[in-house]
Design a protein around this ligand. Sequence first.
Ligand SMILES: Cc1cc2nc3c(=O)[nH]c(=O)nc-3n(C[C@H](O)[C@H](O)[C@H](O)COP(=O)(O)O)c2cc1C
Length: 229
Amino acid sequence: MSSDMTRRVFLGTVGATALAASTGQAVAADADTPKSGSLKILGIACSPRPGKTTAAAVKVALDAAEAVGPAIETELVELAGLNIPVFDPAAPGSADFEKVAAKLTDPKVAGILVGTPVYFGSMSSLCKAFLDRCIALRKDNFALANKVAGVVAVGGMRNGGQELTIQTVQAALLAQEMILVGDGRPTAHRGATLWNQGDDISKDEIGLSTARNLGRRVAEVALALRGPA
Ligand SMILES: Cc1cc2nc3c(=O)[nH]c(=O)nc-3n(C[C@H](O)[C@H](O)[C@H](O)COP(=O)(O)O)c2cc1C
C-alpha cells in the first residue's frame, strides 16, 4: 500500500475484509483476493551469523505467510555479511543499506518481518544499526507507512528477553507509521519468541508456533489492507 493512502481508502479496504482477518479465516480463500504473487512479504534477519537460528525462524514465519494464499510471495534477506555500520548522522551513506532499502520500499512489499537475536535483553547491534538507518525512509515521505510489520526474536534461553526485544524493535517500526501485528491466534501475543537450543530451533514447538502464527497474521492483515485486486 502506498504511503499516500487516504483515510477513506484505508477504512474501505479494511472494513471489507476485517472480519475474515480477525477470525483467523484465510483471507486468500476469498474470490476477490489479489492475483498470484501480487503481494510480497519481506523477511529481514538481523543476526551477524548467516543461516543461523534467526534466519531459520524468519523463514518459518515467511513460509507460513506464503501458505496463506497464492497472492503472497516471500523473500528472506540476511543482513549478515552486509556492511551496515552504526548510523552516524554526519556520514549517513551505506551502499549495502541502500540495496536493502530498495527492497523494503518496493510497492509490492506489503509486509515486513524483522528478526533479531536477543543480545542482553535487546536487539542485536546490527538490527539497531539497520533500524536507525531506516530514518532515511522516514524522511523520504514515510516510505514504510502502512506496511504491516511483525517481529521475531530468538534467544539462547526460553525466557531470555524475547518479548522485551520485540518491543524495542516495534518502537522503531511504530515511528515509521507501520502497522504492527503480533502472532495471531491461538498464541496471540507480542510476536515470534523462539528458543535456540544448540543452534537449533526445531525442538521449540511453542516458539515455532508463534513464528507460524506471526507469519500468517502479517500476510492476512496485508491482504486485508490491500483489498480486492
Ligand atoms: C552478545 C550476546 C548476548 C546475548 N544475550 C542473550 C540474552 O540476553 N538472552 C538470551 O536468551 N540469549 C542471549 N544470547 C544468545 C542469542 O540470542 C542466541 O544464541 C541466538 O539464537 C543467536 O541468534 P543467531 O543464531 O541467529 O545468531 C546472546 C548472545 C550474544 C552473542
